[in-house]
Every structure is written in C-alpha cells, then in structure tokens.
Design a protein around this ligand. Structure first.
Ligand code: ATP
Length: 350
C-alpha cells in the first residue's frame, strides 16, 4: 500500500493559480475525496497526480517515490473518468480484462480470476457476456470502475464518475465503488462536488477552496467541527447559519443560547455563532422569530426560514414542530452544539 504526499504542489495557467502550494498526505489504502466548488482546482490536482498535467512547482510522491518526469503509464495509477472510453463491441468481461492483456506479469489464469472477482464485487455476474452497447450509462460506468481497479494499481483516481448518471443508477454505482474500494484497499483519490457522495464514500474529505485544501478530515469531523466558515457553509443542505453575538465579560451571549459561552483566554472582538439547521431545538427558548417560509425536505422533515431581528435562521424540525409562514416560533441551541468563529472566519478553539 502507498500514500500520496503533496509537497507544496502548485499549478499556474498563465496568471491563474489553479493549485496553490498544496501540502498534504492522502492516506495509504484510504478513500480521499477532493470536494469543493467549481473551479477550486480538484481536477487539476488529480491530473497532476495522474501525470496528465505537470506541476509548475512542488513535488508529488507516490509511495515515497518522486513521480516528476514519469509518464502516466509508469505511475501505476488507474483512472475512472466522467466519460469512460470503452470497446462497444466487446462484452463486459472482455472490457474488464482488456487492460490486463497488456500486462505481461498477469497470467491468463490470473486474468480470469480478476475478471470474476470484479464481476462479483460489482454485482454484474449476470451481465458478463452483455455488450457495452447494450448497457445504460450507469452500468457502463460500473464496467469502467472494474476495468480501472482490476489492474490492481496502487492508486486509483476517480474524476466525478457519477456526473452523467441518473439518481437510481448513481446510488448503485456508489455502492459498487464503495464495495470495490473496501475490498481492495487501494489508495483512492475521488473528485466530486457532491457532498452526499463524499460523505458516503470517503475515509477522509479534503475540502478545497481557491487552489488550497482548507480542511482535511473524516466526514463526520468535517461536518461537526468545520474549521472555517466556508467549510461550515459548503457542507450541509443548507449549510450552517451564521449569527451575530454580543461578547461581554469574556463570554458570548446570544438569544439563541440557553447560557453564555465563556471565551478561551478572555478574548474579545467580534464572534459569530455557527449553528447547523438541525442542531436547533424548537418550542422553547429566549429567541423568538417570525416564520417566513416552511418547506418539506427529505424524509418529511421541515425546513423553516425564520426572521430573528435583522437576521435569518434556517431550522430543520419535524412536521409536528413546524410552524406555518406568518406564525412565530421559539427556539434555542445547546451551548455545546455550536461552533464559534472569529472575525477572519476561523473557528475559535474551545
Ligand atoms: P470543476 O468542479 O468545475 O471541474 P475543479 O475544481 O475541478 O472545477 P479545475 O478544473 O481544476 O477546477 O480548475 C481550476 C482553475 O484552473 C479554474 O479557474 C480553471 O479555469 C483553471 N484551469 C484549469 N485547467 C486549465 C487549462 N488547461 N488552461 C487554463 N486554465 C485552466
């Protein structure tokens, strides 16, 4: 197993910096998802790891080996793209087997074994002899996954493989990718702008903004403890609420809080309260606001928009707790369920 070390990796296109002195490690045998808004540099970073793009500066080490100057073929890296290139007139099994035929170190018996293994993990045994032309895009992409993974490369890179796939097939594909990556323990880098996908697949999420990784953490940690306002806003649907507070006597006061939160080291200055919509409890509390909107979300939960003074708060609650627009609602948040941010947008350590 190998890890991927990025040592101040930079990529500039003219005056544009796509990847900016990035320094991190993608863990061996782990699935790391590169997540972030459009244009933040995910694809460029992945293409540099693959050898399809040359860094302007910095080093990339795969398993301790500096891969500068190594063409893609010599990097022992498999890839799955948004639009897989397939042999339409070959069968599913033949497509998976195809790259193995070019590898002299893999015997005929071993090839057959790996194809069977892939068909098994991808749950495609019944489609072994189907032609690619007969498959929908979701199934084709599954074959592409099998093909990239069957080589047993140390590293497999995925570039938004589910983008063009409809919802149902997407879930099946994600499940298949999860099964494959769990089984083979290859080092995976997976580019996506879909946070649900990242949450499902990743051991670690590297959240990117403007060519930098702003936070790299296990999905739950990233969700519960964002280190910047950007991270809190980008994850979640909708993301975190940010509300003004009053700092008095070394503590943060807000009508939403049942009790003030003491600030570490008696610090002062502006503090913003970060609260996820589902962390808020409705029905009681000092805060009271007018409901301006109430919509039904996934699983029948309600998403209310509430005006609190000059601020707007999004609250997730059950159908029974929901209040129709025009009504008023009381709410609060437990002091241990908030994240405090300073005036630079960085989380304040408790
Ligand atoms: P998306 O989610 O939209 O694919 P991304 O996060 O993958 O975005 P990149 O495609 O890596 O972002 O692009 C990062 C920045 O670099 C963008 O501003 C993009 O316009 C620029 N860029 C990428 N490739 C090139 C190129 N070949 N020439 C010039 N600029 C480029």
């Amino acid at each position: 197993m190998v890890d991927i070390v990025l040592d101040r990796v930079t990529k500039r296109f003219g005056s544009q910096t796509a990847v900016d002195a990035l320094e991190t490690t993608f863990g061996s045998g782990q699935v790391t998802c590169l997540l972030g808004p459009s244009g933040c540099g995910k694809t460029t970073l992945m293409r540099m790891i693959a050898g399809l793009e040359v860094p302007t500066a910095g080093r990339i080490l795969i398993g301790g080996r500096d891969v500068a100057g190594l063409p893609p073929r010599q990097r022992d890296v498999g890839m799955v793209f948004q639009y897989p290139v397939m042999y339409p007139t070959l069968s599913v099994a033949e497509n998976i087997e195809e790259p193995l035929r070019h590898d002299r170190s893999v015997s005929g018996g071993e090839r057959a074994k790996r194809v069977d293994e892939m068909l098994d993990v991808l749950d495609m045994r019944d489609l072994r002899d189907a032609l690619i032309d007969e498959l929908n895009t979701g199934l084709r992409q599954k074959v592409a996954v099998g093909r990239a993974v069957a080589r047993h490369a140390e590293v497999v890179l995925f570039d938004e493989p589910t983008t063009n796939i409809e919802v149902d097939a997407k879930l099946t594909l994600i499940r298949a990718i999860k099964a494959v990556t769990t089984r083979l323990r290859q080092t995976i880098v997976y580019v996506t702008h879909d946070q649900t996908e990242a949450m499902t697949l990743a051991d670690s999420i590297a959240l990117m903004e403007q060519g930098r990784i702003v936070q790299q953490d296990a999905p739950r940690a990233l969700y519960a403890a964002p280190r910047t306002r950007f991270a809190g806003w980008f994850l979640g649907n909708p993301g975190m609420n940010y509300l003004g507070t009053e700092v008095r006597d070394g503590a943060v006061h807000s009508p939403m809080l049942a009790a003030p939160i003491p600030l570490p080291g008696g610090r002062n200055g502006q503090v913003v309260l970060g609260v996820r919509p589902e962390w808020i409890t409705v029905g009681a509390g000092r805060a009271e606001g007018e409901v301006t909107d109430c919509v039904i979300g996934i699983g029948g939960r309600r998403l209310m928009t509430v005006r609190l003074g000059r601020e707007v708060v999004r609250i997730k609650c059950s159908a029974a707790e929901a209040v129709a627009p025009g009504g008023w609602v009381r709410f609060s948040v437990p002091p241990d369920r908030v994240v405090l941010f300073d005036d630079k947008g960085e989380a304040i350590a408790a």
